[in-house]
Design a protein around this ligand. Structure first.
Ligand SMILES: C[S@@+](CC[C@H](N)C(=O)[O-])C[C@H]1O[C@@H](n2cnc3c(N)ncnc32)[C@H](O)[C@@H]1O
Length: 276
């Protein structure tokens, strides 16, 4: 059996990952039931047979490209531990910009918000955890992803979130929200990045949209005003080259005070507009 140090050294051979060392640490920590710091406190610890076998299996799957989040079954978003699976997108750190912006624009303690295409529930649960007085409706088309969001909601004890299976607005009863947020599918089907890295293991239904990636954004923008209170906000995450097009879509749908926001890398990845 190998020691922690010897197992960590295998990261050098983990090709195709740009975070090989971190990936190896996370998988190893998971298999020995400890956190990553422990690995460096006990480098000479020799893995038990079952621990070694579990690590070998996960490491091999990672070598074959499977995302670490799928191997661990979990990903942290906005400091919330979320269960993940192959039914939807693995929450991305850049989506925290949407949460930050929503909290900045909507300081109210009581408010009704809608998260369209909630996936794991990431955005809805983050908002609800920050604002216990908000009522958040989390809508999702995939039955499996909606069940996952509900499982995450229950595990976090967030009673101010309701998960609903819905094809965008189709199953949402007429009502008015002060805030609608969405990180919809927005990748062009021809984008070569779809054949690289972790996205190969995520469903196309969570990633790809027609019309160069803009079809779902257009659908959401067109319908949203009917579900927004006067002065309510629509906030959409989109691709780094789509900001201008999305501003145009929001303008055509009648939104005011349209602006885009940049992520930490300087790309415009979020566009918002106000209903009147
Ligand atoms: C890019 S993922 C975002 C998931 C999650 N909101 C996040 O930020 O991690 C898009 C989500 O929209 C869902 N979706 C796709 N088409 C939909 C539709 N017509 N109605 C509702 N949800 C849809 C997908 O199943 C997927 O969960």
């Amino acid at each position: 059996m190998a020691t922690i140090k010897q197992n960590l050294a295998r990261s050098a051979g983990l090709e195709g990952s740009d975070s090989a060392r971190l990936d190896t640490e996370l998988l190893l920590a998971h298999c020995v039931g400890r956190d990553r710091t422990w690995l460096y406190t006990w480098p000479e610890y020799e893995l038990a047979q079952a621990e070694q076998r579990a690590f070998d299996t996960l490491f091999e799957r990672r070598e074959n490209g499977e995302p670490v989040a799928h191997l661990l079954g979990e990903r942290e978003f906005w400091s919330l531990p979320l269960k993940v699976d192959a039914s939807t997108l693995i929450p991305r750190p850049e989506t925290e910009l949407l949460v930050e912006t929503a909290l900045e624009f909507c300081p109210a303690e009581k408010l009704r918000a809608l998260d369209l295409g909630t996936g794991t529930g990431a955005i809805a649960l983050a908002l609800a955890s920050e604002r216990p007085g908000w009522q958040v409706l989390a809508a999702e088309k995939s039955a499996q992803a909606a069940a996952l969001a509900e499982e995450n909601r229950r595990a976090l004890g967030l009673d101010n979130v309701q998960v609903l299976q819905s094809d965008w607005f189709a199953q949402i009863a007429p009502q008015e929200f002060e805030l609608i947020v969405s990180n919809p599918p927005y990748i062009d089907a021809e984008d070569p990045h779809l054949d690289e890295g972790d996205v190969r293991f995520e469903p196309r239904s969570a990633l790809v949209a027609d019309r160069g990636g803009l079809a779902d954004i257009e659908r959401i923008a067109r319908k949203s005003r009917r579900y927004l209170k006067t002065g309510g906000w629509l906030m959409l995450e989109h691709g780094w080259q789509q900001a201008e097009a999305v501003r145009g879509i929001l303008a055509a749908a009648g939104f005011k005070r349209i602006e885009s926001r940049r992520d930490l890398s300087g790309w415009e990845r979020l566009t918002l507009g106000r209903h009147k």
